[in-house]
Design a protein around this ligand. Structure first.
Ligand code: URA
Length: 309
């Protein structure tokens, strides 16, 4: 401690006794003036940033309580020269040698929320809660490509529940069932038997999210999604169900029979909550658009559905 430290060079660490002695010989301010601790601190922060840009995954933001960050917080103290009456203070520690390597901290373990199967989640849900569950569902891969999950729409209480397969492009865009060309035909078919989608009918699909390119839903997608439809049936308690197309009919009735053998008669759907519900199977409107000759059969099916009391 024989010379004033040159500018930019860190002063050696002084203990309280040394500081009193420096003050007595009038050297304290001169010795401590360059506030080398601040410069050293700056250098450390820059090094940290450099490290961070090289190894971002391992370097955390400096912890204000850590020795690496301490000089930054201590900078104003080190710069202000203590007044004559100020109590002797220990200068912030200055580390000599290369700056310490930042220590990668362990991420605190975050407990993952348990994945509750759809069938369990829907069990006591109200219709509004069920809608919330559907629009935020991630139970299968279809959620990744959807714009909107399509819960269903219609009057409540609904006399009829109409069940289709899955949303198409327009339904995915608008979040509503049967709003494309098939939907226009469906509306015309329903109004032919005096039914309106706003007043008397609730329209839903077995699958709530659009399969890419309108491909057939996969078994795991059906398994993940069908509890939503079953809960809708329990809650809506429709007087009858009109099922449109082979896929929806086979899924709802749990059969592999052809649509030709399923249509033209009344099936009974047993639900956990309540009595059996009559089910009528008919052709899907998209199929009728491609094969208009089948419209007369579809008309028979609608009349059968309308005739049930
Ligand atoms: N086809 C369906 O099965 N459902 C829709 O919602 C639209 C088209």
């Amino acid at each position: 401690m024989s010379a004033i430290p040159p500018a930019g060079v860190a002063a050696p660490r002084v203990n309280p006794l040394q500081r009193i002695w420096l003050r007595e010989i009038g050297m304290e301010k001169l010795w401590l003036k360059p506030a080398p601790a601040v410069r050293q601190a700056d250098a450390q922060v820059i090094d940290l940033k450099k490290e961070a840009s090289v190894r971002p995954a391992q370097v955390e933001r400096p912890d204000p309580a850590s020795p690496v960050a301490l000089p930054v917080a201590a900078a104003p103290q080190a710069q202000a020269a203590p007044g004559p009456d100020a109590p002797a203070r220990v200068a912030p520690a200055v580390r000599s040698g290369p700056p310490p390597r930042p220590v990668a901290k362990q991420e605190p373990e975050v407990a993952e929320a348990p994945v509750i199967p759809v069938a369990e989640r829907v069990r006591n849900a109200t219709l509004d809660e069920l809608r919330e569950q559907v629009v935020s569902c991630t139970a299968c891969g279809l959620c990744q490509g959807r714009r909107h999950a399509v819960f269903g729409h219609g009057g409540q209480p609904a006399c009829w529940l109409v069940v289709g397969e899955a949303p198409g492009e327009q339904e995915d865009r608008q979040g509503q069932p049967f709003v494309g060309r098939s939907g226009q035909l469906l509306d015309a078919m329903l109004s032919a038997v005096g039914m309106s989608r706003e007043r008397d009918v609730f329209i839903a699909n077995v699958i709530k999210c659009r399969p890419p390119g309108n491909r057939n839903p996969k078994p795991e997608e059906i398994a993940a999604c069908s509890p939503y439809l079953m809960r809708q049936i329990e809650l809506l308690k429709p007087e009858r169900i009109l099922v449109l197309g082979r896929f929806a009919a086979q899924t709802l009735l749990g059969t592999e029979a052809t649509i030709g053998s399923l249509r033209g008669r009344v099936h009974q759907l047993k639900t956990d909550a309540g009595p059996q519900i009559p089910v009528i199977v008919s052709y899907h409107p998209a199929y009728l658009l491609r094969s208009p000759v089948e419209k007369s059969r579809a008309w028979q099916d609608l009349k059968l559905a309308a005739s049930l009391n």
